[in-house]
Design a protein around this ligand. Structure first.
Ligand SMILES: Cc1cc2nc3c(=O)[nH]c(=O)nc-3n(C[C@H](O)[C@H](O)[C@H](O)COP(=O)(O)O)c2cc1C
Ligand code: SF4
Ligand code: FES
Length: 550
C-alpha cells in the first residue's frame, strides 16, 4: 500500500470510537487547524475506519514523514482516549512544537499491533471509507480490473481454490469449492449474496470492514460474481448497523459512477448490479436459506437443505452466499496469488482470521492473526488478559468462541491453536470470530443460560425441538442458576441438549446446546455445586466456596 508523504492525522470514525466521541475530536482538530494556520495548515486530517484498539477510543494516528530517502518513509504514532480540548496539543505534536500527549501515546511495537497480520484489514484505518478516490489510490479495484482483463472465470476460481480459503461465516466450507458448484450449474441466471448479517453476540468484525473499507468488499463481491457468472448481487446487512449501511450505500453509488459496477465494468463485457438489502436484525436471518427468503420479501425462516443455495437459491437460481470477511480476502488473494495465501496459517485452516476481542480483557478491539496462533497469544499477549489478573492465566477463566453456537474454552487449554478443527475438537467452534474473555468470577451456568435465552429469543419457531426445546433448556438452566436443581436435572439437561441438537431443522437449534455442553464438559463442578441437595453435591466444599463468591 502506498503511504502518504504528508503529515497527517488519521481519525478513527468507526462505530466504537464514534460512541466514545470521535466525531467531536475530529471537528475540534479541523477547527484548531483553522485557528492555528501556518504550519498546521499542512497537516491533513483524514477520516478513516477502525484503528483496532476500539476499547481505547477515540483513537487518532499521526503519520510523520521521515526525511526523503529514509526508511521507513513515514513513522506513525497512535494516540488513545483523546478529548476535543486536546486538539491543539495533537496539532502541536504534528508540527513539532510539543509533546503534551505522551501519556496517551500507544507503543506501535506493542504485541497488540506487532503480532497482528493485516490481510483483510490492510485498508482498515488507512483508507477513507467515504472516498472511492482514496480507495483507488490505495489499489482497490485494481484486482477487479486485472481479472476482467486477463483472467477467465476458471482462472479466478483456480486461485481461490489454491488459497485454501474457507468461509469465515462460521462453518468453514471451502470457498473455491462453493464457487465451482455455483459456476458449474446449468446455464441461466445466477446471483451472488454477501452475508453481512453478523448477529453473534460479541462479533463486530464484519461491521468493522463495512465501516472502514467498503470498497474492498465490493471489489471481492464483484470478482466473485465474475467467477461464477452472476450479473446481480445483494449485500444483506442488519438494520442495527446504520453506519455500515450508510457507507456501503455511498460506496456502491461511487463505484457505479466510476463504471466499476453496472454495465460493461471497466470497459469489459461484464455487467453487475449490486444492491443493499437491510434486514430487521433477526439472528436466524444470518442462516443462508432464511437470508435468501428475507431478500425475496418472505419471512426469514430456514428451509431444509438440500437443495443448497449453490444449486437453488434466490428465485430458484444458483446463488453464491459468502460472508463479508471471506469476500474481503479475495482481492488480496488475487493480488498476491493463492499460493501466497495458502502459506499462511495451518494445514487445514489457511490464511488469517479476524477476531473481535472483548469481555474481561485489557485491550478490546479488532485482531487479525494467522490461523494457528494460540488462544493464549490472542487473549493474553495481544489482549493482555483480565485487567489486574494475576497468575499464569492472567485472571482468565475461560474464552467463549463461536457465540451462541460455540462454547467456553477453559484457561488450561489456552495453548490451543485457533483453527477450525482444534476449536471443534474442544466442543466449541470458530464461528464468525467473536472472542469473549471471561474472568474468574464468571458463573458458567449463568453464561450457558445467557446464550440459551438468546437462542430462545431468536428461534424462528418453525420446528418443535428448537422452539420448545430451547425454552425447556433455559428453564432447566434457571434451576441451576437459582440453586434449586437436582442431580437428576443434570442428567435431563444433557439428554435434552443432545435431543435438541440432533433434531432441529437448522444450525440455530442444532448448535444452541453447545454453550451448555461445553460448560458441562469443563465446568461440571459448578453445575453440581449449584444443586439444591447439598448431600448430593459433589464436591460439597466447592458449593460452599461458590456461595461466598456469588
Ligand atoms: C443461525 C445462523 C446464523 C448465521 N449467521 C451468519 C452471519 O451473521 N454471517 C455469516 O456470514 N454467516 C452466518 N451464518 C452462516 C451462513 O448460513 C453461511 O454458512 C455463510 O454465510 C456462508 O458464507 P461463508 O462460506 O463465506 O462462510 C449463520 C448460520 C446460522 C445457522
Ligand atoms: S432450528 Fe430453530 S431457528 Fe432453525 S428452523 Fe427450527 S425453530 Fe427455526
Ligand atoms: S472503532 Fe476506533 S479503533 Fe476500532
Amino acid at each position: 500500500m502506498a503511504s502518504s508523504p504528508r503529515m497527517q492525522l488519521r481519525c478513527c470514525g468507526a462505530s466504537g470510537c464514534r460512541s466514545a466521541g470521535a466525531e467531536a475530536v475530529r471537528a475540534a482538530l479541523l477547527s484548531a487547524r483553522d485557528q492555528l494556520g501556518g504550519a498546521a495548515e499542512a497537516v491533513s486530517i483524514k477520516p478513516v475506519g477502525c484503528l483496532r484498539l476500539c476499547g481505547r477510543g477515540p483513537l487518532v494516528a499521526l503519520d510523520r514523514p521521515e526525511p526523503s530517502g529514509a526508511e521507513p518513509a513515514c513513522r506513525t504514532e497512535l494516540y488513545a482516549e483523546l478529548r476535543p480540548e486536546q486538539a491543539f496539543d495533537l496539532l502541536a505534536r504534528a508540527t513539532g512544537r510539543g509533546d503534551a500527549l505522551a501519556a496517551q501515546r500507544l507503543d506501535s511495537d506493542h504485541p497488540f499491533f506487532a503480532l497482528q497480520k493485516a490481510v483483510v484489514l490492510e485498508g482498515c484505518g488507512v483508507v477513507d471509507p467515504e472516498s472511492i478516490d482514496d480507495a483507488l489510490n490505495h489499489g482497490t479495484y485494481a484486482q477487479l480490473r486485472r481479472v476482467l482483463l486477463d483472467f477467465s472465470p476458471e482462472q479466478v476460481r483456480e486461485q481461490v481454490k489454491r488459497s485454501g480459503l474457507r468461509g469465515r461465516g462460521g462453518a468453514g466450507y471451502p470457498t473455491g469449492l462453493k464457487w465451482d458448484t455455483v459456476a458449474l450449474q446449468p446455464p441461466g441466471p445466477r446471483y451472488v449474496v454477501c452475508n453481512a448479517d453478523e448477529g453473534d453476540p460479541g462479533a463486530f468484525m464484519d461491521r468493522s470492514v463495512l465501516e472502514s473499507d467498503p470498497h474492498r468488499l465490493i471489489e471481492g463481491l464483484a470478482i466473485a460474481a465474475y467467477a461464477v457468472g452472476a450479473e446481480q448481487g445483494y449485500v444483506y446487512v442488519r438494520a442495527e448497523y446504520p453506519l455500515a449501511v450508510e457507507r456501503l450505500r455511498l460506496a456502491l453509488r461511487q463505484a457505479r459512477a466510476k463504471g466499476l459496477l453496472g454495465a460493461g465494468i471497466a470497459g469489459s463485457g461484464f455487467h453487475l448490479r449490486l444492491e443493499v438489502r437491510v434486514g430487521a436484525g433477526a439472528y436466524v436471518c444470518g442462516e443462508e436459506t432464511a437470508l435468501l427468503a428475507s431478500i425475496q420479501g418472505q419471512r426469514g425462516t430456514p428451509r431444509p437443505r438440500p437443495p443448497f443455495p449453490a444449486q437453488s437459491g434466490l428465485w430458484g437460481a444458483p446463488t453464491l452466499i459468502n460472508n463479508v470477511e471471506t469476500l474481503a480476502s479475495i482481492p488480496v488473494i488475487l493480488r498476491e496469488g493463492g499460493d501466497w495465501y495458502a502459506a499462511i496459517g495451518t494445514e487445514g485452516s489457511k490464511g488469517t482470521k479476524v477476531f473481535a476481542l472483548s469481555g474481561a480483557v485489557q485491550r478490546t478491539g479488532l485482531v487479525e492473526v494467522p490461523m494457528g496462533t494460540t488462544l493464549r497469544t490472542v487473549v493474553q499477549t495481544i489482549g493482555g488478559g483480565v485487567p489486574g489478573g494475576e497468575g499464569p492465566d492472567k485472571g482468565v477463566k475461560a474464552v467463549q468462541t463461536g457465540g451462541p453456537s460455540g462454547g467456553c474454552i477453559p484457561a488450561h487449554l489456552l495453548d490451543t491453536p485457533v483453527d477450525y478443527e482444534s476449536l471443534r475438537a474442544l466442543g466449541s467452534m470458530m464461528g464468525s470470530g467473536g472472542l469473549v474473555v471471561m474472568g474468574e468470577s464468571t458463573s458458567m451456568p449463568e453464561v450457558a443460560r445467557h446464550f440459551m435465552r438468546f437462542s430462545v429469543n431468536e428461534s424462528c419457531g418453525k420446528c418443535v425441538p428448537c422452539r420448545a426445546g430451547t425454552v425447556q433448556l433455559a428453564q432447566m438452566l434457571d434451576r441451576f442458576v437459582e440453586r434449586r436443581a437436582s442431580l437428576v436435572d443434570l442428567e435431563r439437561l444433557e439428554e435434552l441438549c443432545r435431543m435438541v441438537g440432533a433434531t432441529s431443522l437448522c444450525g440455530l437449534g442444532q448448535a444452541a446446546p453447545n454453550p451448555v455442553l461445553s460448560t458441562l464438559r469443563y465446568f461440571r463442578q459448578e453445575y453440581q455445586a449449584a444443586c439444591r441437595d447439598p448431600d448430593q453435591c459433589e464436591p460439597f466444599d466447592a458449593c460452599l466456596l461458590k456461595e461466598g463468591t456469588r
